[in-house]
Ligand binder design. Structure first.
Ligand code: HPA
Length: 234
């Protein structure tokens, strides 16, 4: 057991998918995995282990934001020996050519979060995905006929902004940032520091230029392309 995960040693696979929403973890386990066992219910942050195409995989909810995500990623790595962590989640599109429902590979994750900055006072660390996983994901996406956008994203501490901030994303947009989400930079920092491999695969659920967004149901359940691409890396 760790503080936030009640699994016993060996109950969690060394390859783990990390959706923010624990109910998405449950849905993935129920629809895509076989011989599924639920190993965590602490705080309702559900985690499951099962098999996908004969490969043993786990799927663990993490909650939203770097601090919550980093608690689960740290415990999975340090206490359960997880070696490969794939975040799957939604993001807000920031560029014209990044469309609703597009799949985005986060090669790197810029951030406004102190959860990364605190370790590098006055300097800048570049949180980066595993090249092996990114390359494999790009290759598998092409085989699976899933178009991808790959590049730099923003992991932000904030979902909501006060009006006096103006367009909070303009600076990032002008620097080519494809999309905004709230976890990847923390995951990449931990993977670098703790010597494991990580990648974030995102689906555009809303667009911050056009204001379009997918429905809540689709947000929760219908991101199958992203999930199958993530599972193909096992
Ligand atoms: N901001 C942050 N995270 C997100 C967004 C957003 O607009 N959309 C989906 N995840």
């Amino acid at each position: 057991m760790s503080i936030h995960i009640e699994a016993t040693q060996g109950e969690i696979a060394d390859f783990v998918l990390l959706p923010g929403d624990p109910l998405r973890a449950k849905h993935i386990a129920e629809t895509l995995l076989t011989e599924t066992v639920c190993y965590n219910n602490v705080r309702g942050m559900l985690g499951f282990t099962g098999f996908y195409n004969g490969k043993r995989v786990s799927v663990q909810g993490t909650g939203m934001g770097l601090p919550s995500h980093m608690i689960y990623a740290t415990e999975l790595i340090n206490d359960y020996n997880v070696k490969t962590l794939i975040r799957i989640g939604t993001c807000g599109g920031l560029q014209e050519n990044v469309k609703l429902r597009d799949v985005v590979l986060a090669i790197s994750a810029s951030t406004d979060s102190f959860s990364v900055a605190r370790y590098f006072p006055g300097m800048t660390f570049a949180p980066t995905a595993s090249f092996r996983l990114a390359q494999l994901a790009a290759a598998n996406a092409s085989i699976m006929n899933i178009p991808i956008k790959a590049g730099n994203i923003l992991s932000s501490d904030l979902f909501y902004h006060f009006p006096e901030e103006g367009d909070a994303y303009d600076l990032w947009r002008r620097h080519g940032i494809l999309a905004v989400e709230m976890e990847a930079a923390g995951l990449y920092l931990l993977a670098s520091r703790l010597g494991v491999e990580a990648l974030s695969i995102l689906t555009v659920s809303d667009h911050l230029l056009s204001g379009e967004h997918v429905s809540a149901e689709e947000r929760q359940y219908n991101f199958t392309n992203m999930t199958k691409l993530a599972l193909s890396l096992a």
